[in-house]
Design a protein around this ligand. Structure first.
Ligand SMILES: [Ca+2]
Length: 323
């Protein structure tokens, strides 16, 4: 007599869920310059270390093996000295190479003490890089199409304050496309005064793109005009110092540890879907992944089925056979 499978009420399988919740640090003691260290970290792990908080600092202090790498190790913090850009980024405002106009004063930009990321127009109309936190008057711009008018603002503000002020009350801080505009602004400025214009760059930033604002600089650091890469100094509790990127030293990489979780998935089905078909199994994983995303799971997830001892993935929980 032919055996007819009437229906499978439920079938179940084990599904392995992986997610990437936090970073795990790895010291690399073979000396490398900062760029080599970053490549190595990206090849072998995720990237050079980002350090977010005092817990991370503590973890690194506990891991550090002081004898073998002379106390200092590269981290993923660097000073991007060539990233100058204008506060007003609308490309329609600039013709050809107008975003590239620079009118630096002699020996500027010099990134003095490693912390000059914003630009003032100095008394003679030339430009100089200065720390963004210093108070200066500013020049705002009102833009209508290609037309621009400039307004001198006497009140002294930091660069971020001046930028917010100009954006709230005008169009933006003055962005200078040509020497004629530079001349117009220069004429507005009282003799001997330096004022903010809209040129700035990324200061110290994390190479993995993290926007953590946590800092742990050692005393008087950063301090070097030509030191664009940061290392943690484990003779001073892992505090940071800027160094010449070409120096060879140990480095700290990080990777996101894989958290594995095994869950039993129960399926109800009303048709004769072939659960042993690889394409069906793959499709089910896709649907499960989408469901997890819909439920707000934000970390990176990899799903896979676990094969049991009998070589099968799905097992019937209850079969009703009829003869
Ligand atoms: Ca300077």
């Amino acid at each position: 007599m032919e055996k007819v499978l009437l229906f499978i009420c439920t079938a179940s399988a084990l599904c392995v869920v992986s997610s990437l919740p936090a970073r795990q640090y790895h010291f690399v003691y073979d000396p490398k310059n900062w760029t080599e260290a970053q490549s190595y970290c990206r090849d072998m792990f995720t990237d050079l270390a980002t350090i977010d908080n005092m817990e991370d600092v503590e973890t690194l202090n506990n891991m550090a093996d002081l004898d073998s790498y002379k106390y200092r190790a590269w981290i993923g913090l660097y000073n991007n000295v060539s990233s100058w850009s204008w506060s007003m980024s609308d490309s329609g405002f600039y013709k050809d190479n107008e975003t590239q106009l620079r009118n630096w004063a002699y020996n500027q930009p010099d990134n003095f003490q490693g912390r000059e990321c914003c630009v003032v127009m100095v008394a003679n109309g030339e430009w100089s890089d200065v720390p963004c936190s210093l108070p200066f008057p500013s020049v705002c711009a009102d833009v209508k199409g290609q037309e621009v008018t400039f307004t001198y603002v006497t009140e002294e503000m930091t660069f971020p304050e001046a930028q917010s002020y100009c954006r709230a009350n005008h169009t933006d801080l003055a962005c200078i496309r040509n020497m004629a505009e530079n001349q117009k602004i220069h004429k507005l400025i009282p003799a001997g005064q330096s004022t903010w214009i809209g040129l700035f760059r990324d200061c110290w930033k994390w190479v993995d793109g993290s926007n953590s604002s946590f800092t742990y600089w050692n005393t008087d650091e950063p301090g070097g005009a030509d030191q664009y890469c940061a290392a943690a100094y484990f003779a001073a509790s892992g505090k940071w110092a800027d160094w010449t990127c070409e120096w060879k030293r140990a480095s700290i990489c990080y990777s996101a540890p894989v958290l594995k979780q095994v869950v039993r998935v129960k399926l109800k089905r009303s048709s004769f879907l072939d659960l042993d078909d690889a394409a069906v199994q793959e499709d089910l994983l896709k649907q499960l992944k989408q469901k997890l995303k819909n439920q707000g799971v934000k970390t990176s997830i990899k799903l896979s089925w676990r094969t049991q001892n009998d070589g099968k993935i799905f097992h019937n929980d209850k079969e009703q056979d009829k003869f």
